[in-house]
Every structure is written in C-alpha cells, then in structure tokens.
Write a protein that binds this ligand. Structure first.
Ligand SMILES: Cc1cc2nc3c(=O)[nH]c(=O)nc-3n(C[C@H](O)[C@H](O)[C@H](O)COP(=O)(O)OP(=O)(O)OC[C@H]3O[C@@H](n4cnc5c(N)ncnc54)[C@H](O)[C@@H]3O)c2cc1C
Length: 494
C-alpha cells in the first residue's frame, strides 16, 4: 500500500503505462486528486502500438470527470467534435411492430411525474390490462434527442442529465495536451519486460531500449494486452463469453449528412447477428456492427454493414476483436489495471469509460483512506457485474425470431441470479420495486432504466383488444413538446 502524507513535497511516483483514453483519464484524475500528497504522475506509451481508436459514446457519469479536472465543456467539446447525448434508441430488437423501437432516456427530475405514469402503465400492462407501456413519449430526453436539441435552456431553468459523443482520437490528443501542460511527465517507449521485487511487487518496467524505469506504483493501461497485470502478475481473467456472445466489431466512418437533423442520441439497431451503433459527431458519423464470430464471419458482417449503410468498398472499414469479461482483481501488489486491460463489457450502453472513471476515483479514495485492496476489488467487480447484467438483459428480452443468434441470446445464455430475479419478478407481474431496492447496492442501473428496457423491448403479455387504462402517452406529450421547444438546437449551441 502506498503511504500518502498530506503536504508532502516528494510523494510516491505513479507510472501509467499506456496512452489511450484510459491512460490519460487516469493520469489527469490522479494528478488532480493526489497532488496535495506530492504524488508524481508520469505516463509512458508506445509509438509502435496504437490505441484502439473507438469508444465515442458515454454515460452521464463522465460529466463528473470533466468537471473534476476543471475542463470547460465548450472548449473540450469543440476540440473533440463532440455532440450531446440524451439517451440511446434501440430499433429492431423485436419482430413485433408494437415494440419496433424504444428509447432508453437519461432520466432527469423533470421526468418524475410523467415517468411515474409510465411505470404505473407498464405495471398495468404486465398484469394483463391494456395500457400504453412504450416508454419514449413519457420522457423529455426522447423529444430532445430526436429533434437534435442540446440539453440546455437559455435561462438554465432545467438541469438535465446528459452525456456526450466525441471523436476518440481527438479526445485522446486533447487530454494528452492538457496532461502535459499540467506537468504530467510523458515518455514514448515500448515496454518489453517487467522486473519484480522478491515481494512480487513490480520494481521497474524495461523498455525496448533496455532502460529500467522504476516507480512506486504502476497503472496498466496497455489495452487488451494487459502487459503488466495479466501478462506479468498473472491475474486471472473471468470471461463473460457465456453471457455475452459478441466478440467482434467492424467500424466505418462516414461524413456527416447535413440534410439530416444532428440527433442528440446514439442509435443501436439490431441486425441479423448483432447490432449496429450510429454515433453522430459534428463533422462525421461513426458506425459499427458488433457481432458474434460464432454466428457470422467478419466478411459477412462487413458485407451486412455495408449493405445497411449503402456504401461500397471505397469506404474503409476497421475490424476489431473484443475480449469480454473482467480480471479477478483490478489491483494486485503495486499494480492497478484500468481500461481494456482490466476488462470490457461490449459497448451496447457505452459504459467502458464510466468503468475507467469509477475505478480511478475509487482507487484514489482507497489510497487516501488507506482502505484495503480487497474491498476496492470487490467494489469494482460489483460495478462490472452490474453493468454486465443490464447488458445481458437486452439480449434476454429480445423479440427477434429471424436467426439462431437471437434465439440463443434469449434462450441459451445464462443470467446471474440477480438478473434472473428481476426478469422473473417482471414476468409474473409482482412488485419490482422491492426487488430493485433490495439489490440496490449491487445495481448500476435503477428503476427508470429497468422499466424502459423491460417494457420497451416488449417483455409484456399479449392482451386482447380492449380500451386502454392508465395515463395516455399524449398527456406527457402535451407537457413535453412545448417544453422541448425551449431547448436550443445543438447545432446552434456547439
Ligand atoms: C468495438 C468497440 C466499441 C467501443 N465503444 C465504446 C463506447 O461507445 N464507449 C466507451 O466508453 N467505450 C467504448 N469502447 C471501449 C473504449 O474503446 C476503451 O475503453 C477506451 O478506448 C480505452 O482504451 P484503453 O486506453 O484501455 O486501451 P487502448 O486505446 O488500446 O490504449 C492502449 C495504450 O497502451 C499502449 N501500450 C500497449 N502495449 C504497450 C507496451 N508494451 N508498452 C507501452 N505502451 C503500450 C498503447 O500504445 C496505447 O497507448 C469500445 C471498444 C470497442 C472494442
């Protein structure tokens, strides 16, 4: 354990290996949170080994990162071609036209009353009564997102939860520039080997030129390679491949279509053997098809994505492999893994950078408080497993019959006990709230997200035609449509 002393001028040296988004986010956060203990942060990255170059969607949690390190939203957004994100739209996850598409909104205080009406409707519907249980129109974010609004009103009368989309390459460069300005020492070197103390701690990393670079603590941000924690310290990896079948992706970037509204939402549309993201940026749109190579070859996936986008071979595509799961321990000896080196859950809800931020914030807190590693590791594992359960729920509730991929996802993949309890409770029509409350400390997603997913995906009984009970969606729409008009178009705001 590192000894920290407030006011110390020569605190411990933390060396971060890896200069992707995880490396620079870690460097800036630790530099900010531990500087009063005299901690020196440096970062080493390889010129030969590139960054993964994807990761352009986020969750609202990332706003705390930018504000913690004191970056102006307007400045970093304009440098990174960033746009606002009010939620995620999920088209084609069911064959049933009644559930053809649904929206997962970022929930805000203004949604409280219409949101409650939606929860009541969903409960009526799952107990066999006809009620409007499609979430979209009950949440303000749906209107803002589809109309391309920034989640901002001129008089600041509302504070909404929102996230961002950005160009991963530009964000990496921007964070690096800020990090270097703030005194983070930056070196270009590839690590070939690691030297250990008899205690098992890492003493130094050995560069390709044979130089030994020593530090008191090492942060492994070397991506899927996990050069330090997995390769050298031998920390085991717990695969989630049984729960989450996707292991590959193919990505294509296209120039922005200026005829279309610049929507403030990610679109995650189900295709034959996976789903395709659509992430709108200021000058381009990022697309990618996340799929399982056990059901479809990369060639077939690329062909399907090109057909979906109506683009030919003249537009380049990138193919990526994904190792889905997490390490058993994120912190072992004097090494912490952050980012892809600690694990990855497929990008359906764009949670990877949230996990990076959570890990680093909790690590800094553990160092300051002197909390034991095993408590920290449990906490980070709970976070990974909570995200996994919510992602698995999307697949288990899918309503597609077209391919074995979708049927297997629904019927063959195991769910954790926690997720199974949520799904069983929902299906039987029993009260969901006590179950969610009991699990609160282990859940990452809360009531609005679960209701939107379970009702939106169509996990509802068939109900014979009858008049609707509950609150009509038009009631919420009458309230939200004029309200949405007050928000600024994001093209004007940015
Ligand atoms: C298909 C796909 C879609 C994704 N979408 C999202 C999304 O929407 N939202 C989200 O939050 N996340 C997403 N992610 C995850 C996201 O891309 C990563 O979490 C994020 O980019 C951080 O990556 P990283 O820094 O851990 O690794 P990398 O970007 O791979 O960086 C690794 C760094 O380590 C260095 N390095 C490696 N080996 C050595 C060595 N031996 N010596 C020295 N340096 C070394 C490299 O030079 C590089 O700087 C997605 C991932 C995939 C695969």
């Amino acid at each position: 354990m590192l000894e920290l002393k407030k006011g110390s001028e020569q605190g411990p040296h933390i060396l971060i290996v890896g200069g992707g988004t995880a490396g620079w986010m870690s460097a800036l956060l630790l530099n900010q949170q531990l500087s009063e203990y005299g901690v020196r942060v440096s970062l080493m990255e390889s010129e030969q080994i590139g960054t993964i170059g994807v990761g352009e969607g986020t969750t609202p949690y990332i706003r705390q990162f930018f504000s913690a390190i004191g970056l102006s939203e307007r400045e970093w957004m304009s440098e990174c071609q960033a746009t606002f994100k009010c939620g995620i739209r999920f088209p084609s996850w069911s064959d049933n036209p009644e559930h053809g598409s649904y929206f997962h909104p970022f929930y805000s205080g203004v949604d409280k009353e219409p949101g409650e009406a939606f929860f009541v409707n969903a409960n009526l519907r799952r107990r066999g009564q006809m009620a409007e249980a499609q979430p979209d129109r009950f949440f303000l974010a749906h209107y803002l997102a589809s109309q391309g609004k920034a989640p901002k009103v001129p008089d600041n009368a509302f504070h909404l939860d929102y996230a961002y989309h950005f160009d991963a390459g530009l964000l990496g460069q921007y964070l690096k520039k800020v990090g270097i300005q703030r005194g983070i020492r930056h070196r270009l070197n590839t690590i070939d080997a690691v030297r250990r103390h008899p205690s098992g701690d890492i003493a130094s990393v050995i560069t390709a030129d044979g130089e030994a670079v020593a530090a008191d603590f090492f942060i492994d941000c070397t991506g899927f390679a996990s050069k330090l924690l997995q390769q050298n310290l031998g920390v085991p990896f717990c695969s989630f491949a049984d729960n989450l079948l996707n292991d590959s992706a193919v990505a294509i970037q296209l120039p922005r279509d200026y005829e279309q509204v610049l929507v403030s939402e990610t679109r995650s549309e189900a295709l034959s053997n996976g789903w395709a993201w659509r992430i709108p940026l200021i000058r381009r749109t990022g697309f990618g098809y996340v799929f399982s190579s056990n059901y479809q070859s990369p060639d077939q996936a690329e062909t399907e994505l090109r057909r979906y986008l109506q683009v030919g071979d003249e537009i380049p595509a990138r193919r990526l492999s994904m190792k889905v799961g997490r390490v058993e321990k994120h912190w072992q000896n004097n090494c912490l893994a952050v980012g892809l080196s600690q694990g990855f859950i497929e990008p359906l809800e764009a949670t990877a950078l949230m996990l990076v931020q959570f890990t680093v914030e909790r690590f800094a807190r553990a160092l300051i408080k002197g909390s034991p590693e095993h408590c920290f590791n449990q906490e980070v594992n709970r976070m990974f497993d909570g995200v996994r359960d919510y992602i698995v729920a999307h697949y288990k509730t899918n309503g597609r019959q077209d391919t074995p991929y979708w049927r297997d996802n629904r019927e063959q993949t195991p769910a954790s006990d926690r997720l199974q309890a949520i799904l069983d409770t929902w299906r039987t029509g029993a009260e969901l709230e006590p179950v969610l409350t009991e699990m609160e400390s282990e859940l990452v997603y809360f009531r609005p997200s679960w209701y939107c997913l379970l009702a939106g995906s169509g996990l509802l009984p068939d109900v014979p035609a009858q008049p609707c009970v509950g609150t009509p969606a038009s009631y919420a729409e009458r309230f939200f449509r004029p309200l949405a008009e007050r928000f600024t178009d994001q093209t004007d705001y940015l």
